[in-house]
Design a protein. Structure first.
Length: 880
RNA sequence: GGGCGGAUAGCUCAGUGGGAGAGCAUCGGCCUUACAAGCCGGGGGUCAGAGGUUCGAAUCCUCUUCCGCCCA
């Protein structure tokens, strides 16, 4: 057997094994019809992206699920890909152009798109390479991109069908406009943030000169586009003014005073200005009252001709000038400080502008209804289920989805307008002439589709739809989607809608929604805060296994992850622990011969560790099934470190030393438990487990295609565990005395154990060599109802008493103090238990097993106390 | 303003009706040939506050305070 280096060094190993797995084709499904299928589609990262810690968590979880299922006998497909990320990618390339002093308009549409493709070819694979370093076992032979040919065909098919079904329409509506990205945004692409602003009170005179109405506004410049003033119909203050007319200051337009229930009488003066072309609520109000729409601001955020003297001004300059003019002309009543919630572009963070424009929309209600029902009826399960409420809320009040974007990088909308007869043509193949009038003078829509339009099709477009492919048949619906809540609506809800509509079936059965990764103080990680933990740096520093295990161990459901580098370092110690345990086993495999493990032939510690292993396997499987990755990870951690290493490896030294058959059996058990643990750990730590597994005697080509451990009932034994617990208790008791008296670890201590049970005596006698090894004792004496040794330190256990007779070493006063403290603890406990038992209501109403348990406890405590008191008496005799 | 989540050891968090737990940190002792990235032992908590339900509450209900997130 080769000897391993003293410390685990992951450098070089990770690349080596990843290449091996890929070459062996383990990442590809076998398409074996006899095997159950398991499929996960990756949430496609942006091509512009590089791996951040959120990706690391997201993909670690997916890889754990996927490796687990693959080992457990499923035919597994984890389908990877990237997203073309319209606005983000276009921004990146435009910035590059800007450095050359050019704009995309200098290049023109065709050349610009070529340039983006070039950029994608050069840099778009970075995140894929980073995912490989994390260990992601994706089937790279099926790598997709939202703009590739197949997916573009799917997008086109979906668009045309929705148009034919009347679910897509085009029209003039108010939308969120980003003046910097120069495009429309969907409602959910807007982030609302509080901004310190003002509330201006403006005097609007009545046309007949009989008075005035004061309105309050946070956006005075939009008054140029006012087409009404509105009040609440039941507002006594204004009731007599309804229907009368106002002369708009600065530009003199006459506008009516209307009554509308949406007006909040509490806001400002209770009278509000109505600007239908530049405010969402006003837009709705204008439609109800047939008010005209006056567009005073354009797509660049500049004032239009409609703004009269303000035409050409930037929106912020216009505000200043309007306020100044109002003040100069005596229309400004007062100015208050006011915090406004302003929409910001989720891509570039600049203030978005509600704007009236011609856009394409998808009707959401008919699509949302079945998507809501799918979750309500449990066809799709959200985990943790607390997200259901949020999902339903959003689905119930869903509004039509603005899908057109005024950018170039994306799927161009397949709609043409006949320049002669005005017909709109939406077809699967590019048209040559107008089907209505035969004209060849057609113009294609300039806009492209929202990026999320193509990602909404991801679970079936990536499998080959609209073709009827083998993959689609085998893997749709997919099994699990792993994502974070911030794209629940952007993406998940839309996939459900599109999946149901076009596949007639849900896209996935389960949606696992994981936490957000924050820094150690609970703040979001961001470049500007300078608190980002770069997963690639962490991988280089601590290894991918340590990073993965940390993320898994911290991934408790329903709570954000507070990550700090020290946690990763901590779990790297665990990786090293595993390494050294394997190193120990390998160093002791001399003369190894395989044996079939039979419980009855094994000593107590071996039977114990095998039983504990089964419990651990069960727990890990259960927790994985429940998506409780932290619990699964911690179960292995605890078993491996604190049961296998702390107890079994130590105990095994007894048998290894003994030699012969005892040694053979111990070697077999060590190897069995280690090898099984490695398989159990593999989904969490693929690299170190492979390296060690390959170094051990094994069957098969790779741990990643070895079977996932199953519980072997024949090794489960509660009696064995109880016996071993007794031995461990005795060992811990002796160690405690050793520590209290500062006795050197190598000093052998004499020990006397007293018990009233013959069976306890038998167990301890049988395992006295083990106790001597683990506790560092000698001349172990075990008696039933024997004489207490004089001048001994003692510990009272439930079934036995442990004495270390050290006449000249025992500090009697200190020992009395120690025992008195123990006594006090038990007395309090006993008093509580007795009080409970003396309560007739408790005896009567509590379940019987609880009462029985309490009674046993009372007996045990009484017995322990009695012995403690006797020991105290003995000590006091010496003292006097 | 509406909704959701959280408050348990110094820190991060498990625990969801019947003996307050883990990891890390800390303290004491050990270089005991797998591992000092380690081993052994210990200390540390009116489970945010107040009321209620119950034989019994960290756990269920109500209110309060504070923190986070989402929506308007």
């Amino acid at each position: 057997m080769k000897e391993l280096p003293k410390a685990y060094d992951f450098r070089g190993l990770e690349e080596k094994w990843y290449r091996y797995w890929e070459e062996q084709g383990y990442f590809r499904p076998k398409l074996d019809p006899r095997k159950p299928k398991f499929c996960v589609v990756i949430p496609p990262p942006n091509v512009t992206g590089s791996l951040h810690i959120g990706h690391a968590l997201n993909n670690t979880i997916q890889d754990i699920l996927v490796r687990y299922r693959r080992m457990d006998g499923y035919d597994v497909l984890w389908l990877p890909g990237t997203d073309h990320a319209g606005i983000a990618t276009q921004n990146v390339v435009e910035r590059e152009l800007a450095r050359e002093g050019k704009t995309r308009h200098d290049l023109g549409r065709e050349a610009f798109l070529q340039r983006v493709w070039q950029w994608k070819e050069r840099f778009g694979n970075r995140i894929i390479e980073q995912l490989k370093r994390l260990g992601a076992s994706c089937d790279w032979s099926r790598l997709r991109f939202t703009m590739d040919e197949g997916l573009s065909r799917a997008v086109r098919e979906v668009f045309v069908r929705l148009w034919e079904e009347g679910l897509i329409y085009r029209g003039d509506y108010i939308i969120n406009w980003c003046p910097r990205c120069h495009t429309a945004l969907a409602d959910i692409e807007v982030e609302h943030k509080p901004i310190a602003g003002n509330l201006w009170y403006i005097r609007y005179p009545l046309t007949d000169g009989s008075g005035e109405v004061v309105v309050a506004t946070t956006r005075p410049e939009t008054m140029l586009g006012d087409t009404a003033v509105a009040v609440h119909p039941e507002d006594e203050r204004y009731r007599n003014l309804i229907g009368r007319k106002i002369k708009l200051p600065l530009i003199g337009r006459e506008i009516p005073i209307i009554a509308d229930k949406s007006v909040d009488p509490e806001f400002g003066t209770g009278a509000v200005k109505v600007t239908p072309a530049h405010d969402f609520a006003d837009f709705e109000m204008a439609r109800r009252h047939n008010l005209p729409f006056v567009k005073i601001m354009d797509e660049n955020g500049r004032m239009t001709e409609e703004a009269g003297p303000y035409a050409g001004l930037d929106r912020f300059e216009a505000r200043k000038k309007v306020v100044a003019d109002l003040e100069a002309q005596g229309f400004l009543v007062k100015t208050e400080d006011y915090e406004v919630m302003l929409g910001h572009c989720y891509r570039c963070d600049c203030v978005v502008e509600p704007l009236l424009s011609k856009q394409w929309f998808v009707r959401m209600k008919p699509l949302a209804q079945p998507a809501t029902a799918a979750v309500e009826n449990g066809f799709i399960r959200l985990v943790p289920e607390q997200w259901n409420n949020l999902y339903f809320d959003w689905m119930y009040k869903i509004r039509d989805w603005c899908i057109s974007r005024q950018i170039w990088w994306g799927h161009r909308i397949p709609a043409w307008t006949c320049q002669d007869c005005g017909k709109t043509i939406v077809v699967r193949e590019d048209p040559e002439s107008c089907p209505e009038c035969g004209s060849k003078n057609l113009r294609q829509e300039e806009d492209v589709l929202d990026t999320w339009f193509s990602s909404a099709l991801w679970p079936f477009s990536t499998l080959g739809w609209p073709e009827k492919t083998e993959d689609l048949k085998a893997f749709y619906p997919t099994s699990v989607l792993v994502t974070s809540f911030d794209i629940l609506f952007f993406w998940v809800a839309r996939m459900i809608m599109m999946g149901l509509h076009f596949m007639g079936n849900i896209p996935f059965r389960t949606v696992y929604i994981h936490a957000l990764v924050r820094d150690e103080k609970g703040q979001k990680m961001s470049k500007s805060r300078g608190n980002v933990i770069d997963p690639v740096v962490m991988i280089e520093k601590y290894g991918a296994d340590a990073l993965r295990f940390t993320l898994a161990a911290l991934a408790a459901q329903g709570r954000d992850i507070k990550l700090s580098e020290s946690r990763i370092e901590g779990f790297k110690h665990f990786v090293n622990k595993i390494w050294n345990a394997a190193r120990f086993v390998l160093m002791n495999l001399e003369d190894y011969e395989p044996r079939e493990l039979k419980s009855e032939a094994l000593p107590l510690p071996s039977r114990w560790i095998l039983s504990r292993l089964q419990k651990t396997i069960q727990k890990v499987r259960d927790r994985l099934e429940a998506y409780e990755f932290d619990q699964a990870a911690l179960a292995i951690y605890h078993f491996f470190w604190h049961e296998f290493c702390d107890w079994y490896v130590e105990a095994s030294k007894l048998y290894l030393r003994e030699g012969g058959e005892a040694k053979r059996l111990a070697q077999n058990v060590l190897l069995h438990v280690l090898e099984t643990s490695l398989r159990l750990l593999h989904p969490f730590m693929p690299f170190v487990t492979e390296e060690l597994w390959q170094a051990l005697p094994h069957e098969g080509q790779s741990i990643m295609v070895a079977p996932y451990p199953k519980v072997e009932e024949k090794f489960v034994s509660p009696e064995t565990e109880k016996e071993m617990d007794l031995v461990r208790e005795v060992v811990v008791a002796v160690r405690g005395i050793r520590a209290d008296y500062r006795l050197h670890p190598t000093r052998k201590l004499p020990v006397v154990i007293l018990t009233s049970e013959e069976s306890v005596k038998e167990v301890l006698r049988e395992h006295s060599p083990l106790i001597e090894l683990l506790a560092g004792t000698e001349a172990l004496q075990i008696e039933v109802s024997g004489e207490r040794p004089r001048g001994a330190a003692s510990v009272v256990l439930t079934e036995a008493e442990v004495f270390v007779p050290l006449a000249n070493l025992v500090d009697v006063a200190q020992e009395i103090k120690r025992l008195s403290k123990e006594k006090e603890k038990y007395s309090k406990e006993l008093a509580r238990v007795r009080a409970r038992l003396e309560n007739p209501n408790f005896i009567e109403k509590a379940p019987e097993e609880v009462v029985t348990k309490e009674k046993i406890r009372a007996e045990e405590l009484t017995e322990k106390l009695k012995r403690l008191e006797e020991n105290l008496e003995r000590l006091k005799e010496i003292e006097t």
